[in-house]
Design a protein around this ligand. Sequence first.
Ligand code: SF4
Length: 338
Amino acid sequence: MTRGLRASILAWYTEHRRDLPWRRSRDPYAIWVSEVMLQQTRVETVIPYYQRFLRRFPKVGSLARAREEDVRASWSGLGYYRRARHMHAAAQIIVREHAARLPSNRDALLSLPGIGDYTAAAIESIAFGRPAAAVDGNVVRVLARIYGLEGRRDSARLRRAVTERAVTLIAGPRAGDWTQALMELGARICLPRDPLCERCPAARLCVARRSGAPDRFPEPSAVRAPRVLPYARLLRGPASRAARALARRHLSNPSAPEGPCAEFRHRTFSCDSTYEVWRLKLDPERARLHLQRHKAAAGGTGPAFWATPGQLREMPVRAPTLKALSRLAGSRPPSSVV
Ligand code: SF4
């Protein structure tokens, strides 16, 4: 089964793979950047960030020398900033200890901040062509289905069984293509729900498909649902009152906030939050005085300043702030925000 399965999936990948920017590069640094950005983030979201990041920091050395706020700014909106911090620290180690070249062996990769088993194996196989099996949630799903492996998605038993098959499958030529082919299959065909079996190169050999209920594999994990955080609970009271109180406290602004002019949800793995966007009219003189007071309180050197929405997008601000900005822009042309 192994050879036939490998050949079918590789042939499908050769013909149908998406033309993604990191697939045009053999540079281990670029592949590392893409793998880190793709952790818990969709391909479509990553593409512009990846391109911008590599334009700004084209080599390990340029990343290592960069100021932390510039790295954060390039990551702004992508979320999970710890990834950027780790990459920055890892780049400095690579320059210091590996002559500015990403190491190719497992132990050296694993010793770098932010690189775990999956990322190390992905880099080893894609960048260096080594037969290192990268097993993440997608690969667990695909291989559990093909081989009809029982067990909860997050169980150690299932992961062991999947890893055993993954190690066998990657042995052979085109290790990097094989890693990417499995990722591609999981992302586009063997979807968590309603897999597209009729278009799948593994269909002929797939146990889950033969069972008639492919999405029964793997069994769901026993994880808790994300915490839901409606704004009312965060702000303790009606949002309009809370918005007024915030405006008074932080902006000395007596005008009533207008809104809500937009509402949106922002979900992470652990939280599902609802945000309301409120608009404030700022008197320019009051805004200037407020800023002066803020700086004085910080000993005259505080980092406070007013920024336009365009400037904010270039800064290290969190994803919900960027979402709020785009909702504001959709409701009426914004002036300036702090
Ligand atoms: S045949 Fe269906 S269940 Fe099996 S690997 Fe392909 S898409 Fe997934």
